[in-house]
Design a protein around this ligand. Structure first.
Ligand SMILES: [Zn+2]
Length: 348
């Protein structure tokens, strides 16, 4: 990461991005003061087209921008380009600052970003199959979005925003994978850096905001909580094996559907008499993790809900104890209407 020296809040909202990653001559080169998170004073709202059609993801339908090659990738932070195959994220999340020429986050920030997807009608064969396999993107910026006063887990100092976290995570969902990114936070006192999705940060958020975070993180991969919720169904035979088989089937079906759409467009636009292309490249169908990993994620999710479970148990036992003590009191004073309860003397 590159840093801008003094850790004032405004400076940290305009912190830089990591410079790790492959770079070409035309890509953005981070400088010690490169700024992908703009200051609030310099942010301007993106104009919205009033009658813009929507795609199947709910985002704006792809226009000429969707077929423009590689522009989105140039806007992405360098460290994201290695692991994020979704070039549309660059166009959706970032824009070039006209004064500095640097890529900055568009405003307002929001959690979920949906891809434009494939066009409804093609008059030329698409250059790549990317548009047919795009997936949603999740952006988690608790400090920037909700202005929390987050504390350093080491010494309790106030954390400041320090740009975007350099790693993009891949999350297992029911019908495929999606990617998510977060911000980097730093303590001015001890210099400790914390990712916005770390457990230390999530535990400081209120319940409503914490519930917005969709995934359980493991060392490499992540799992959407909707997948884990499928394990909680109390139906006969429900278990890790059945869940994995179901995920494999849904992922394969989704991949097959997108592949058919892409190949169908190529077939329709093939010139009469032209030879069939042999080098059609489809996006690789990513493997669903094994049973051990899914079981471990289920346990991890249960551990994060331990306090909630304890509170619920205390509440239930409290109700039982309260009910029992009320009954004992009513019995001793003769107010209990239960026929088996003893009546006090002199009331017959
Ligand atoms: Zn600290």
């Amino acid at each position: 990461m590159c840093w801008s020296g003094t850790l004032s809040p405004r400076q940290h909202r305009s912190q830089d991005m990591s410079s790790h990653g492959r770079a070409s001559a035309t890509l953005i080169r981070p400088t010690p003061h490169c700024s992908l998170l703009p200051t609030r004073s310099t942010l301007t709202a993106r104009p919205r087209t009033p009658h813009q059609p929507r795609s199947r993801w709910g985002g704006p339908a792809p226009g000429p921008m969707a077929t423009r090659p590689a522009i989105g990738k140039e806007l992405l932070p360098l460290s994201w380009r290695k692991t994020l195959p979704e070039e549309w994220v660059g166009r959706a999340l970032f824009r070039r600052d006209p004064s500095s020429g640097k890529a900055v986050l568009t405003t307002p920030p929001r959690l979920w970003w949906y891809p434009p997807g494939a066009r409804l009608l093609y008059t030329q064969p698409p250059a790549t199959a990317h548009a047919f396999f795009q997936r949603p993107f999740f952006l988690w910026l608790p400090y920037r979005m909700w202005a929390y006063h987050l504390k350093c887990p080491a010494d309790g100092g106030k954390l400041m925003g320090a740009g975007l976290y350099k790693t993009v995570r891949r999350v297992l969902d029911r019908s495929g994978w999606y990617y998510m990114a977060t911000e980097n936070l730093q303590c001015p006192s001890c210099g400790k850096k914390v990712a916005g999705w770390s457990q230390d940060i999530l535990e400081q958020l209120d319940v409503a905001h914490r519930e917005e975070f969709p995934a359980v993180l493991t060392y490499k991969l992540s799992c959407d909580r909707a997948v884990i919720a499928m394990l909680k169904e109390r139906t006969l035979g429900n278990g890790v094996s059945r869940l994995r088989a179901s995920l494999v089937e849904q992922h394969s079906r989704d991949w097959m559907q997108h592949s058919i759409s892409y190949l169908s467009v190529l077939r329709k636009l093939r010139r009469p008499g032209a030879a069939q292309k042999d080098d059609v490249s489809l996006r690789t169908l990513l493997k669903v993790p094994g049973l051990t990993w899914i079981g471990r994620v289920y346990v991890l999710e249960a551990v994060t809900r331990l306090d909630e479970t304890k509170a619920r148990l205390t509440s239930i036992f409290g109700d039982i104890l309260m009910s029992d003590s009320t009954k004992t009191l009513a019995t001793s004073t003769g107010r209990c209407s239960c026929p088996s309860s003893p009546r006090p003397r002199g009331t017959d």
